[in-house]
Write a protein that binds this ligand. Structure first.
Ligand code: ADP
Length: 419
């Protein structure tokens, strides 16, 4: 049997999923990162976790793996020497040290570019270029690129999902001139489509991990795109709402939509565009008031078919960007009824309203008409909320069979079969 391995490196641990050609899961393993992790041991820990995850897959399954892909957290980057050894600690996705070069990036990048953020990959590269260790660096890589290198042994390769926040032009499929003119340009990786075969695992990796010598390693993707792909959404108009700590919307579209005012940008997904935005409202506000057990029991008492008249904008602190761009937007959580069932009803209804408003905004800005919504994240299991959302979204809401990023990445590895 031909099998495909997807590996997800998240913020707290890593997970591997092996699927067959029909997309059925044949193996699933997981490992948490050790809690006392200091930044300077990330490298060693990622490497150990990668190898130990693969070794945890039973040998008969491992022997049938035809292709591997890895996803990492977006904008987690590192600088390596000629041999691929990191010359410094990696900069994680949320590392904001680069803020000191943000003005430089603003001056060189086009207005509204996704690189204009204190945590973008390009900002991190330019910050590194000012550090003492920089002259030892030869390759600037994303977490997923470096982990794949450990398996296939080739340096300087990335994919256009990871490279979006590096400034790669995903429409023209090239680095723009303003980027290639920079002194850091020789360190930029070559960019391939996600899921492209890079090469076979090295002989050493094949021997030590019990993988077939002709097992192919592919270019990877980012964690959030992998989670989108896991849902099975693939046609224009299909969307995935993530009801996690925050509310994140992603809508597949034939048109590319970008609007920096709302933090809206699009990733390339084959011939389509994955456009989306994120609101600060979401499960973190629910968790502020209720435990998960309370959310479950109170939700079961809500009459979802009846509209709540409470019109909140649930936030934990001032300001939102999408679908309302207002850094001064005040949390609106009043009036709070004495009855918690009514209060939660108002919260769920208000978040549903913001979700619908978000999809409306994406469509107004040119995205394809919404046809169905898959739901992921902690709130997806709340059937009452689904019925409330149904009244606002007016399209089928689908519970995806798979939501794990590792599963989406395994689907990416499986693509080599059809290429
Ligand atoms: P993240 O990965 O963004 O931290 P998760 O996808 O793990 O978030 O979801 C956690 C969130 O889901 C919490 O903020 C919690 O309030 C919310 N949640 C958990 N159970 C329910 C429920 N039954 N109904 C609605 N929300 C829930």
């Amino acid at each position: 049997m031909d099998l495909y391995l997807g590996i997800d490196f998240g913020t707290s641990g890593a997970r591997a999923v092996v699927i067959d050609i029909g997309g059925n899961i044949q193996a699933e393993v997981e490992e948490q990162f050790k809690a006392d992790t200091q930044a300077n041991i990330w490298i060693q820990m990622w490497q150990e976790t990668l190898f130990s995850l693969i070794k945890q897959i039973s040998q008969p399954v491992r022997q049938q793996i035809k292709a591997i892909a890895i996803n990492g957290t977006s904008s987690t980057v590192l600088l390596c020497d000629r041999q691929g050894t990191p010359v410094s600690e990696p900069l994680l996705y949320n590392d904001g040290r680069g803020v000191e070069v943000l003005e430089t990036v603003k001056a060189i990048a086009p207005t509204n570019s996704t690189v204009i953020s204190a945590t973008s990959s390009l900002v991190k590269l330019l910050w590194m270029s000012k550090q003492d260790f920089f002259p030892q660096g030869c390759y600037f890589l994303h977490q997923a690129d470096w982990l794949a290198f450990l398996l296939h042994g080739k340096l300087g390769i990335s994919d256009y999902h990871n490279a979006l926040k590096l400034g790669y032009d995903v429409e023209r499929l090239e680095y723009p001139n303003w980027l290639t003119n920079l002194s850091v340009a020789p360190l930029l990786p070559q960019i391939l489509a996600p899921g492209t075969a890079i090469g076979e695992v090295t002989a050493k990796v094949s021997d030590s991990l019990g993988l077939p010598p002709d097992c192919i390693v592919c270019t990877g993707t980012t964690d959030s795109i992998a989670a989108f792909m896991a849902s099975g959404a693939k046609n224009p108009g299909e969307a995935v709402t993530s009801l996690g700590s925050t509310l994140v919307l992603k809508l597949l579209s034939r048109t590319r939509v970008e609007d920096s005012r709302y933090g809206i940008y699009s990733h390339r997904l084959g011939d389509l565009w994955l456009t989306g935005g994120a609101s600060n409202t979401g499960g973190a506000v629910l968790r502020h008031f209720f435990t998960d057990a309370q959310l479950q029991s109170l939700s079961s008492e809500i009459n979802a078919d009846k509209a709540s008249l409470l019109n909140y904008y649930p936030l934990l602190k001032v300001g939102d960007r999408f679908p309302i761009n207002d850094p001064q937007l005040q949390p609106r959580l009043e009036p709070r009824p004495d009855n918690d069932v009514e209060f939660l009803h108002g919260l769920l209804e208000s978040i549903a309203r913001i979700e619908a408003q978000g999809y409306q905004l994406l469509q107004q800005l040119g995205a394809d008409k919404l046809t169905c919504v898959y739901t992921a994240g902690g709130g997806a299991k709340n059937a009452t909320w689904t019925r409330i959302r149904d009244r606002y979204l007016k399209v089928p809401i689908i519970q995806p069979i798979n939501t794990a990023a590792a599963y989406g990445t395994a689907l990416l590895a499986k693509q080599i079969h059809s290429n």
